[in-house]
Design a protein around this ligand. Structure first.
Ligand SMILES: [Zn+2]
Length: 459
């Protein structure tokens, strides 16, 4: 099967030109001007942007959490991702404390295998690092799971202490992997949650007030220091604020490199949403939304190269599930739906409004995640030999986000009524048209596990 995409404006993290792309099977075979070739299928992309498929390296599909499970399965979540131009996601396996990493991998494979529509990979969250789990680090890397998530918060459930953190960092460094971190101070947050509850302050606003900026800045700085001490490559997930980014900025002064991810919501939403009584539960996530000055910091951080990735931390819960915390903010399942609209929101709010360039857009929405997480150049670019994961995007089409039309398995949108400029028109995944004008053309089981390499790229 061959496909020719004609006359599109090809945009990668570095290039921008009009040309044709010839796809043979699953990969890009040739790129050229006015190619005189016959193809089984010809797609006219005149006037369209042709970009690498998006990569969202931070999603939680079908994840057991806070007494319930995130509402998107691998099927609905990866399909919604495809609708929004994201062809590959990386989900988090959570080790159960007291159990092995292997048993957690088996559990997650049971949910993902045969169910995904789009491509996926896994990070391994290590919640209990001990003599038994230590040798499993290498085993996971051999399976293509080369990044290890740690939590400095969620005390009593997911959090590890600094002693375990250092031990894990040393092992991950020795085996050639990468440590990622949820960097907030779990003890401080625990104290503040308890204090607010005792004072009868139970609305979603107090979720926000229980995680002030200092809780993130302090933990980010501590993580960066430990990574510097051990020499382990580090990546901070969902960084939200000025204080935390300054910890990273300070680390560059001693020649340290730390990778930083933010999420689309922290760039475009702010904490004023928590003042809407229980409606604020829609945006109860950890860390919480921040202030306008933090949005400015994050956009600047992207342009300064300090923030390399824009992900989602997609972790949807239906309104019924959110209502578990109607009387107590600490019982609201944490997370919000975004997997479908990350690419379009970032284009509309970032590129269309002149905050970032088109090349930077591709870099933070796709290429950098592929490089950091060992998938480049198979994923994350348009080049000869790369997987034909391609988004054909109309930069001018306007559309409105609504829970009535989105494809995520959740009954509200955090962006209801937002009018966006720029729309995904077609998406190819490994050479096959997966999305065509709002219609999904591939079915569950088409999505494949992406085995990742050790970290090689420095960006
Ligand atoms: Zn997360």
């Amino acid at each position: 099967m061959t496909t020719l995409i004609k006359n599109g404006r090809i945009v990668t993290a570095t290039d921008d030109y009009v040309a044709d792309i010839l796809i043979e099977g699953k990969q890009i075979k040739a790129i050229g001007k006015d190619m005189a070739v016959q193809a089984d299928e010809v797609i006219d992309a005149s006037g369209m942007l042709v970009m690498p498929g998006g990569i969202d390296p931070h999603v939680h599909l079908d994840m057991p959490f806070m007494g319930t499970s995130s509402s998107d399965s691998y099927e609905t979540g990866t399909r919604a991702a495809l609708h929004g131009g994201t062809t590959t996601v990386i989900d988090f396996i959570l080790q159960k404390q007291g159990n092995s990493l292997r048993s957690a991998l088996d559990e997650w494979n049971g949910r993902a295998n045969g169910n995904a529509v789009g491509d996926y990979s896994f990070h391994m969250a290590v919640t209990d690092f001990n003599e038994n789990t230590k040798p499993e680090v290498k085993q996971m890397i051999d399976e293509g799971i080369t990044s290890f998530k740690t939590f400095m918060a969620y005390k009593g459930a997911l959090m590890i202490d600094d002693r375990q953190m250092i031990g894990l960092m040393e092992e991950v460094k020795n085996q050639g992997g990468l440590i990622t971190v949820h960097a907030t101070n779990g003890d401080m947050i625990d104290y503040l949650i308890q204090k607010h509850r005792e004072e009868g302050k139970l609305s979603p606003l107090y979720h926000y007030l229980s995680q002030p900026e200092v809780t993130e800045a302090e933990a980010s700085e501590r993580f960066v220091d430990m990574a510097n001490y051990t020499g382990c490559p580090g990546y901070i997930v969902h960084l939200t604020c000025e204080g935390a980014l300054n910890a990273v900025r300070n680390a560059t002064r001693r020649n340290q490199k730390i990778f930083v991810e933010t999420c689309i919501q922290y760039l475009v939403l702010d904490a004023s949403l928590y003042e809407k009584d229980f409606d604020g539960a829609k945006w109860v996530m950890s860390p919480p939304l921040r202030e306008k000055k933090d949005q400015a910091t994050l956009w600047a951080g992207i342009n300064q190269g300090l923030v390399q990735v824009v992900a989602t931390d997609h972790c949807p819960f239906k309104w019924e599930q959110k209502k578990m915390g109607e009387k107590d903010f600490s019982k609201i399942p944490n997370g919000h739906p975004a997997i479908e609209h990350r690419m379009e929101l970032l284009f509309s709010e970032g590129v269309s409004k002149g905050k970032i360039t088109l090349n930077k857009y591709v870099e933070v929405a796709s290429t950098n995640a592929a490089k950091i997480f060992g998938m480049f150049p198979k994923k994350g670019t348009i080049a000869i030999g790369s997987d034909a994961d391609i988004v054909i995007f109309d930069p001018n089409e306007k559309h409105t986000v609504s829970a009535k039309t989105h494809h995520m398995n959740v009954d509200y949108s955090g962006y209801e009524g937002w009018e966006l400029s720029g729309k995904v028109k077609k998406v190819l995944l490994r050479g096959k048209v997966a999305i065509d004008n709002n219609e999904c053309k591939v079915s569950k089981g088409y999505g494949q596990f992406v085995k990742r390499n050790k970290v090689k790229q420095i960006i």
